[in-house]
Design a protein around this ligand. Structure first.
Ligand SMILES: Cc1cc2nc3c(=O)[nH]c(=O)nc-3n(C[C@H](O)[C@H](O)[C@H](O)COP(=O)(O)O)c2cc1C
Length: 448
């Protein structure tokens, strides 16, 4: 054999990344191995789960009659708290701003949320850490959260609120508590929470003074007494067993129930929680509505749904499935300026990029929103940011109205499951609407 002739190189297959051990997973194993601590971050579940994108509307044609977009009215208002409260809340749009703590958010961010929501006739919500002057001063309608941690809780502020939300849990972490790392415990945050400056704080995962729905009933009655039965009382749960949680909240005397799905944002929690605990918003809505229907309380106790609401189509789909209103957290922060590519070089310096930034717990937010750093905070102009939020809320409302009119509805609340079909079997089963092009509703047991 001629020793100068080399055998042809064997063809090589392309390097193949494992779907199980993908690049993100491997980087997380390396991070855990190097540090010995679990990952904490903000935002909601990032994995893909069945969502409102998997539903489509059946616009009117022959068997249904659409409304004319520019001439025929399509209402968007909603009244919350009609069950027991002497002073229910009237909102012009069915999109509310979810509870986000002062401490996780800066004072200017709280002011901007108040300004934007008020301009559109809707409500904002306090959060862990109490009520700030910025938010009360600029929110026409402010819901006061009554949380397990009691951080910043103050009976005078309860009376200053327009409604009270008893927080049992959040979609990002049902059964878990919150975190506020020391770098965000500024002198003001510490004072409001009566805790030391600069020390990590964990919010409790359950209320210290009641353990179940029977106790909650007593707690709700106490809250009604100190507010002279005027203010609606909401109960917020993270979506895990929404059928039973809704039924038990009704039994405990809630005027309004807030169900927050697993995509729901948080300021800071363990990543393992965010991605692995709770059920998707889509699955939660129909279960909560069914519980209300089974009790004859649908539309008597109002339902607010949150977790991954991004646009008017999401709003319209949540309402069509039976919600009375939605709440937004993450999307409101993005509207204010969070994750804006204008700060790209600073995100890169933090080891991330615009669109992926979720280290809200670290307090180094270049946009001045999830920080207590006085210099970074100055970057957020609350007037301009409030206007941006109002614009965004206006667009969402117009989008929901456009869809409702196309389905022949003169109010967004007249949308119904019958207006929807699903693109996937999973979404059809979760939302209990037919798979597109069929009359098949997987898992239907004939009780709907
Ligand atoms: C920065 C931030 C802070 C939050 N703080 C609270 C809080 O103090 N109390 C609470 O009940 N929920 C809190 N949440 C959760 C929201 O109230 C809401 O359930 C969630 O953001 C809705 O999902 P979305 O972000 O996809 O819209 C927070 C969320 C964010 C993004």
């Amino acid at each position: 054999m001629n020793e100068h002739i080399k055998p042809p190189a064997a063809p090589r297959t392309l390097p193949r990344e494992s779907a199980t051990f993908d690049a993100y997973t491997m980087s997380e194993i390396r991070r855990a191995a190097a540090t010995g601590i679990y990952d904490i971050r903000g935002a909601g579940a990032k994995r893909k789960v069945p969502h409102f994108d998997d539903l489509l509307f059946l616009g009117a044609s022959m068997s249904r009659y659409p409304l004319e977009g520019y001439r025929e009215r399509c209402g968007t208002d909603v009244v919350l708290g009609t069950r027991f409260a002497k002073k229910p809340i009237h909102l012009k749009i069915p999109i509310t701003i979810a509870g986000m703590s002062f401490g996780s958010l800066s004072g200017p961010a709280k002011e901007a949320l108040g300004r934007g929501a008020t301009a559109m006739g809707t409500s904002t919500t306090t959060g862990d850490g109490g009520m700030t002057q910025e938010e009360r001063g600029h929110s026409q309608t402010l819901v006061y959260q009554y949380l397990p941690s009691r951080y910043g809780m103050n009976p005078d502020d309860i009376r200053k609120a327009d409604a009270i939300e008893v927080v049992v849990g959040q979609g990002a972490k049902p059964g878990g508590g919150g975190m506020l790392l020391g770098q965000k415990i500024s002198p003001r945050v510490a004072k409001m929470r009566t805790l030391p400056e600069g020390i990590d704080q964990r919010s409790a995962c359950r209320h210290p003074d009641w353990t179940g729905p029977d106790d909650l009933e007593i707690k709700i009655e106490e809250l009604r007494e100190i507010t002279d039965w005027e203010k609606p009382i909401y109960v917020k749960v993270g979506a895990a067993r929404p059928y039973y949680d809704t039924a038990l909240s009704v039994k405990a005397g809630a005027d309004v129930i807030v169900v927050d799905g697993m995509q729901g944002g948080t300021a800071a929690t363990q990543e393992v929680f965010i991605e692995n605990v709770g059920i998707p918003t889509l699955a939660a809505v129909r279960q909560a509505v069914k519980a209300l229907q089974d009790l004859g309380m649908h539309r008597k106790v109002q339902l607010i749904v949150s977790g991954g609401i991004r646009n008017g189509a999401d709003v319209a789909k949540a309402l069509a499935l039976g919600a009375d209103a939605v709440a937004i957290g993450t999307a409101a922060l993005v509207a204010l300026g969070d994750n804006d590519p204008q700060w790209e070089s600073e995100y890169e310096a933090l080891g991330t990029r615009a669109g992926a930034y979720d280290d809200w717990h670290e307090g180094r937010d270049p946009a001045g929103i999830t920080t207590q750093d006085p210099e970074l905070m100055k970057r957020l102009d609350p007037v301009r940011a409030g206007r941006r939020l109002a614009n965004y809320l206006a667009v969402m409302t117009l989008e929901a109205q456009t869809i409702a009119r196309a389905c022949g509805k003169s109010h967004v609340h007249n949308l119904e499951p019958e207006d929807l079909v699903a693109l996937t079997i999973e979404a059809a089963a979760m939302a209990q609407v037919p798979l597109a092009g069929t009359n098949w509703v997987p898992g239907q047991d004939g009780r709907f």
